[in-house]
Ligand binder design. Structure first.
Ligand code: ADP
Length: 681
């Protein structure tokens, strides 16, 4: 076994490799770009080397810098992860030349599988079934069209050097062939620098089923069963599972043996995946081989109980495979959902930003039912923490959520529960979409094929329903609780600051209680296109809230860092509310609802931001001054407190700056718009 390896990747896969290495006592070296200097994968490794600017071609794709980092740190081997240089034969060769072990197949095997056309020719010789089509050298448009005409439409044009769903065109009729070919070739040359294409029969309602294979350098090769990755958008995987629903033993063996034959045909060593496309009748055809670890490898780990990264390290170190074929078995069912920063409602466009709030289900204590010994499990592979950015430089993946249950229905139920527990604020994600997908009838019934998402648009992209009264109650109480917490803090500061203590002063209380009167406050929340009006009445204990027809009485049972438990007319309502500027994110049970709330007081201050003056948002009385002239304050620091309209309002610093002059004293009455102090940035 190696004593030190370098991980030539970032994000969740770098973290995942680091975790196995640590368990095995292998030291790790991270590499990182400028954007990733503070990234989670860097923190998880024992050493770290900077390799350049943020753009991947300046860093994660720089063979020279990665090899130099490995040499400088004395790493004996390099794990390439997936993507970046993982299927780059020149990188594998450069490692060998530098005397460093490339944790992957020989460069010759990468080359052999690098071209879809050449791989097909090889597979044909090895007796692996292929989709009917033409994958030879001839590229004249007339010749290719003739081949397509004879095959019958629809056909699929694929860039021979393609990958990642790029460079593919479905052609429905002979008349469309020429134009589609030209556009496919254009995309192929611009994306892969090679305009060679192949033509395949386009299967309708196919399933994507792939086989995990593993070979060692002693001639052994096994298959670790299949993964079904049929649920795709734009030919990219969204949900993966193992085993494939409906797979019978004979077919599993036939596919496994075909995959092993494919691997052996190219002298494969290490982890690889042979991708097949299967008809609904079960007939399967070779599509391509990925000569690396796949994003979706965890589902295989869950059903086999094996750590594939450990296998990779052992095999790369020269060991034989840990298990024989007859020692491998499938246990239970696993599902993986890829949580992306992307907008499903806008054609899955990636979104970028900071993860201002990030909460994932607890991997250890999360289980189905109340039985603590229940074996169901949740695993989260992620490369980010709360506060991190999803930048435009890399793949917008936030995490992979992987669950295991004793059977598919159990895994499905667990996945939907786990997705409901994922909370992200700061960017748009596909979490709600994934949840609808997992709960959709065709997915639950395992009626799988690559067109599932497109065929079920109505169920998967519903029009958002208005927020429930429970959600409105959570948002309102979170707002007023945050407000009274802020005021309590200010009171504390006040007590520290001035000799005239306000403790015990009934006029300094912030509970909303008023002598001889009930305080009513009106709120208006933006809820999609709706404006939701809410009337909140403060009672001696709790509130009365009217957002629908009938008012509800509300008690706050507990409140801990945004996690609220309310009693609403006797029933318990739980949720997490994250206040992010004007957005109120309410996570309650099954849904994530975003409401907008414009605080008139906050906006009154903002209007003055540029003027260097701070003005009273409404007529009132100064009840406390928290700063002195020449004090330096940070943006958001409380400066003074006014009482107006029976409520206290805190005037805060609009940005970092210095207090130049105070224009009023405590107890002074001020007019609407009066300048309160002079503030300098
Ligand atoms: P890439 O390397 O770009 O990922 P693949 O050859 O692996 O391309 O194909 C990606 C996806 O395209 C498959 O998972 C499947 O959904 C679809 N696909 C590929 N070949 C066919 C085909 N002959 N008929 C129908 N769909 C196909």
């Amino acid at each position: 076994m190696f004593t030190k390896i370098l991980i030539a990747n970032r994000g969740e896969i770098a973290c995942r490799v680091a975790a196995t290495a640590r368990r095995l006592g292998v030291k790790t070296v991270a590499v990182y770009s400028e954007a990733d200097a503070g990234a989670r994968h860097v923190a998880l490794c024992d050493e770290a080397a900077p390799i350049g600017a943020s753009a991947s071609k300046e860093s994660y794709l720089r063979i020279d810098r990665i090899i130099a980092a490995a040499k400088a740190t004395g790493a004996q081997a390099i794990h390439p992860g997936y993507g970046f240089l993982s299927e780059n034969a020149s990188f594998a060769r450069a490692c060998a030349e530098a005397g460093i072990v490339f944790i992957g197949p020989p460069a010759s095997a990468i080359d052999a599988m690098g071209s879809k056309s050449a791989a097909k020719t090889l597979m044909e010789k090895a007796g692996v079934p292929l989709v009917p089509g033409y994958h030879g050298e001839r590229q004249e448009p007339e010749f290719l069209q003739d081949a397509a005409d004879r095959m019958g439409y629809p056909v699929l044009l694929k860039a021979s050097a393609g990958g990642g769903g790029k460079g593919m065109r479905i052609v429905e009729r002979s008349d469309d062939f020429k134009a589609a070919l030209a556009s496919c070739k254009r995309e192929a040359i611009s994306s892969f620098g090679d305009d060679k294409v192949l033509v395949e029969k386009y299967l309708t309602r196919p399933r994507h089923i792939e086989i995990q294979v593993f070979a060692d350098s002693h001639g052994n090769c096994v298959y670790l069963f299949e993964r079904d990755c049929s649920v795709q958008r734009r030919h990219q995987k969204v949900l993966e599972e193992a085993p494939a629903p409906g797979m019978r033993d004979e077919r599993r063996r036939a596919m496994g043996e075909a995959a092993v034959a494919a691997a052996k045909a190219v002298g494969y060593v290490g982890a690889g995946t042979v991708e097949f496309i299967a008809n609904q009748d079960g007939a399967f055809y070779f599509m391509e081989m990925n000569t690396r670890l796949q994003v979706e490898h965890p589902v295989t780990e869950m059903i086999t109980g094996q750590d594939l990264v450990e296998w990779q390290l052992r095999v790369a170190g020269g060991a034989t495979l840990p298990l024989r074929q007859d020692q491998l078995a499938i246990r239970g069912h696993a599902l993986e959902a890829r949580i992306y920063a992307e907008n499903p409602d806008n054609n899955f466009l990636p979104s970028t930003g900071h993860l201002r709030h990030l909460r994932m289900p607890d991997a250890v204590t999360f289980s189905l039912g109340d039985n603590p010994s229940h074996p169901a499990a949740v695993r989260i592979d992620s490369g980010v923490r709360a506060g991190d950015a999803i930048s435009p430089f890399y793949d917008p993946m936030i995490a992979k959520l992987i669950v295991w249950g004793r059977d598919r229905p159990e895994a499905l139920a667990l996945m939907s529960k786990a997705l409901a527990a994922c909370q992200v604020v700061g960017l748009v994600t596909n979490i709600a979409f994934l949840k609808r997908l997992v709960e959709s009838d065709p997915f639950a019934a395992a009626d799988l094929d690559t067109g599932l998402i497109e065929r079920n648009q109505a169920a998967l992209f519903p029009v958002a329903a208005p927020a429930s009264n429970d959600v409105i109650a959570l948002a309102t109480i979170a707002l007023v609780s945050a407000e009274s917490r802020r005021q309590a803090q200010q009171l504390q500061q006040l007590q520290k600051a001035g000799p005239a203590s306000l403790a015990g002063d009934p006029w300094a209380q912030t509970s909303g209680w008023r002598m001889n009167a009930v305080l009513d406050r009106a709120f208006v929340f933006g809820d999609g296109d709706l404006a939701r009006e809410v009337m909140l009445s403060y009672l001696p204990h709790g509130w009365q809230l009217q957002s629908g027809a009938a008012p509800a009485s509300i008690d706050l049972v507990s409140h801990d860092a945004g996690d609220l438990v309310l009693r609403c007319d006797g029933h318990i309502v739980r949720g997490t509310v994250v206040i992010d500027g004007e957005d109120l994110h309410v996570f309650s049970g099954e849904r994530h609802v975003v409401l907008q709330y414009k605080d008139p007081m906050v906006h009154a201050g903002e209007a003055e931001e540029t003027g260097g003056r701070l003005t009273a948002p409404m007529p009132g009385k100064i009840v406390a001054i928290l700063v002195k002239p020449n004090d330096s304050v940070l943006k958001g620091a409380p400066l003074l407190i006014m009482e107006a309209m029976k409520m206290e309002h805190t005037i805060t610093a609009p940005r970092d700056g210095v207090i130049e002059e105070l224009l009023y004293a405590t107890g002074d009455q001020v007019d609407d718009g009066a300048q309160l102090l002079v503030f300098k940035s």
